[in-house]
Design a protein. Structure first.
Length: 126
């Protein structure tokens, strides 16, 4: 490797920490039941958001496309596909409310639990 190039390619520790930011984790067990890694990632984040939601809202929370993107790194199109998969599976409910309209979401934990149990039953030895 060229010596001058090697010295200019080094990152300062402070910059590296800014670049790395917060790691993104998701529940791996949600991949086979949700249909994709992106849907599992979005569902994992939705579960975290629902846990922090106001109890008076019955599990509903509002999240914009930009907020989903900030939290997950998913593009608009990845979000749309993931949301569609989650709605079709019955894991996520959506409603548009207010003026101006905001999109509200609610995780259906009973449906997620049912799908996980079905998956575990299908994998159990007979």
């Amino acid at each position: 490797m060229n010596a001058p190039l090697a010295s200019t390619a080094r990152l300062h520790p402070e910059l590296l920490l800014q670049i790395l930011d917060v790691p993104l984790s998701f529940h791996r067990c949600l991949v086979p039941i949700s249909g994709s890694v992106t849907a599992a990632l979005l569902l994992s984040q939705a579960i975290c958001n629902a846990q922090g939601a106001d109890p008076a809202l019955d599990g509903w929370f509002s999240k914009s496309q930009d907020e989903w993107g900030e939290e997950t790194g998913l593009t608009r199109w990845e979000q749309a596909t993931a949301r569609r998969l989650l709605r079709e599976a019955g894991f996520l409910e959506e409603q548009r409310l207010g003026m101006p309209a905001k999109l509200w979401f609610r995780v259906r934990p009973e449906r997620v639990w049912q799908a996980l149990q079905e998956r575990a039953g299908a994998l159990a030895p007979r």
